[in-house]
Design a protein around this ligand. Sequence first.
Ligand code: SAH
Length: 261
Amino acid sequence: MSNSIQHRLGLVFAMVEEQQGLTQYLQDAHTQTVGNREYITGTLWGVPCVCVLSGIGKVAASSTVTSLIQQFGVSHIVLSGVAGAADHGLSVGDIVIADQLIQHDMNVSPMLPKFEIPRTGKSRFDSCSDLSTQLRSAAEHFLANEFAEKISSESQQQFALNRVNIVNGLIGSGDQFINDMKVLAGLKLELPDLLAVEMEGAAIAQVCDDYQIPFAIMRTISDEANDSAPLDFKLFIDEVAAQYSIGILRQFCAQWTHSNR
Ligand code: SAH
């Protein structure tokens, strides 16, 4: 990531709760509405940024990211948000950084193998390994240095945040909120390495593949994608996931500025 002048980071959040608290740090902020979305351009901890709420789902995410690339000229894209766990090793509060993304509800069989995206020859899209590595190191820094201060002890207790893990691997996206063990088990049968399920990441991956834009996706586990007693989803995002995002993105931007000096 050399030559900072041409760099502009697109920061995407699906839900307003996931973005809250972040935009106050944007300097020289300027808002423009395109396609029913508000794009806030500014400088975030030294990094030229465009921050946007995409809304939920693959179409909302695709349309938003296309505008980020076409109208706002972003050079890199990062999404931060929450996801359901699709692996027994993961608990609420853990962080998943996507190495690969798949649209788990895409199926053009028998013409194409299940999950393959027409015209691309791919069912899995790779994220940018540089961006993902930097997000991971920012997340490690946050957990080691800021977690205890930024996440209240009540929240740590309420959500049983004992030892928070960071893992890299496959994230699956589809236009459905998964809260059924049987649906999840069906997905795991076909995609044994699936770590988390959400509703936007793989759509962003496909658009970024079309435009050859490097991207990374980071998700905090908010639920277990099953019907177990639903934890307070909104409270978790407010008290935990949004705090993770701010802390991790601050460190990520600091590293970015440093590496572009
Ligand atoms: N209850 C919320 C809707 C959340 S939709 C509301 O009323 O506004 C789920 C959002 O969180 C999506 O943006 C998706 O990316 C993510 N997500 C978290 N857990 C998920 C799960 N188990 N399945 C699918 N998406 C999930």
